[in-house]
Design a protein around this ligand. Structure first.
Ligand code: ADP
Length: 368
């Protein structure tokens, strides 16, 4: 209710271009401060999370994306132009937010952070967009969860840096166009398939982040242990890396857990034995599967003959949101080859049966 009203005011006054207009816009932006998280108003995020790499060189892995980004950023800097819009997709914890932070630092510009579900109405979006300064970066996490009506307002903003807002209704309805400062939109999504094609086509750079291999995660862990002042050898780092589901966030979390474990054991030495004991407590197996991964595979095998079964049915059976299964668990199980997607639903593969120590059922053809 509140923001559309403010947006109406912004539009009215920016159209008249009067002194009052600027006062009103300033006041409006003041209110918006509480609504968006801006690096102007908030502490530097890199201080909150010292493990977050702050330059492309520090960012481990994702070589192709890094090389393309270096060219993309370099060229826009040479032309003194704001960077084109960027879409990062991939499972959670792979570094999408980190890359957005790195880009803002490299471009030496301000980063404004928000998420798709927070922007409920076009007025909310208008408030954010009108507060952006020339060259600012707007980072929208979970961009696939943007309201469809909001999404449509984003198109002209991305393409021509204008915002077309409809004021009033009925015979008084009129369209007002507000000119925006040139900004860069960085969208992050865990479900790239849910991004509409008009939206996708408006991004100039599309970066799909893949799971990291063990060597890359080993590097992430060694870097983090250095920052946390932990003495960790290569072998232990690799052992942790193998259990980290190809994900730097999980690798760092496991490392922090091992730090806690060691600290509580009044022991300062981290060796393979300690690492294994600490990880055993988390019930993470050698392939990096955690409780929930194992529950999904076991439920599919024991209750649904290994599938095919729909993701919603799996969700109900294990009391987990279908969207969480799709975004967090399923991609890793598919990547490991334990699960496959078919037009009729999800199926456990022979490898999945073997890993869970279950007998592979005979196929119909083999029974005849
Ligand atoms: P996402 O936005 O994809 O969910 P984040 O960017 O928040 O993931 O990354 C999670 C954490 O993992 C970060 O705090 C950072 O410490 C670490 N991280 C991510 N990618 C890398 C990388 N390539 N190198 C080192 N650390 C990384």
């Amino acid at each position: 209710m509140f923001f559309p009203f403010l947006v109406t005011l912004i539009n009215r006054y920016s159209a008249s271009n009067s002194f009052l207009a600027r006062i009103f816009i300033k006041r409006t932006l003041f209110f918006m401060e509480n609504f968006i998280e801006s690096s102007y108003s908030k502490q530097d995020r890199s201080l909150d999370t010292p493990l977050r790499p702050s330059t492309l060189d520090e960012f481990i892995g994702q070589q192709n994306i890094k090389e393309r980004l270096a060219i993309f950023i370099g060229a826009s800097k040479k032309r003194y132009e704001p960077l084109g819009h960027i879409l990062f997709s991939g499972p959670p914890g792979l570094g999408k937010t980190t890359l957005a932070n790195i880009i803002a630092k490299t471009m030496n510009t301000n980063l404004v952070v928000t998420t798709g579900p927070v922007i409920e109405k076009p007025g909310d979006l208008a408030g954010i967009l009108t507060s952006l300064k020339e060259g600012d970066i707007l980072f929208i996490d979970e961009i696939h969860r943007l309201n469809k009506s909001v999404e449509e307002y984003l198109y002209p903003a991305m393409e021509d840096y204008t915002l077309d807002i409809l004021i009033d209704s009925g015979p008084n309805a009129r369209n007002v166009s507000v000119k925006l400062n040139k900004f860069t939109l960085i969208g992050a999504t865990t479900r790239s398939g849910l991004i509409s094609s008009p939206m996708r086509s408006r991004f100039n750079f599309n970066g799909r982040l893949d799971y990291y291999n063990s060597q890359e995660l080993q590097e992430v862990i060694l870097r983090s242990s250095n920052i946390l002042k932990l003495e960790l050898d290569n072998i232990c780092a690799l052992e942790i890396a193998r259990r980290a589901r190809g994900t730097p966030r999980i690798a760092n979390n496991l490392l922090k857990w091992i730090r806690d474990y060691v600290q509580m054991g009044n022991n300062n030495i981290i060796n393979s034995d300690i690492v294994n004991k600490a990880l055993l407590m988390l019930n993470i197996d050698k392939e990096g599967l955690d409780e929930m991964d194992k529950k999904i595979l076991n439920t599919m095998i024991d209750h649904f003959d290994g599938g095919p079964v729909g993701v919603n049915t799996i969700g109900v059976s294990i009391a987990e949101e279908a969207s969480t299964i799709q975004e967090v668990y399923e991609p890793y199980l598919i990547m490991k080859g334990f699960l496959k997607r078919t037009p009729r639903g999800r199926e456990v593969t022979n490898l999945g049966y073997e890993h869970m120590g279950k007998k592979i059922p005979k196929k119909f053809g083999e029974l005849l």
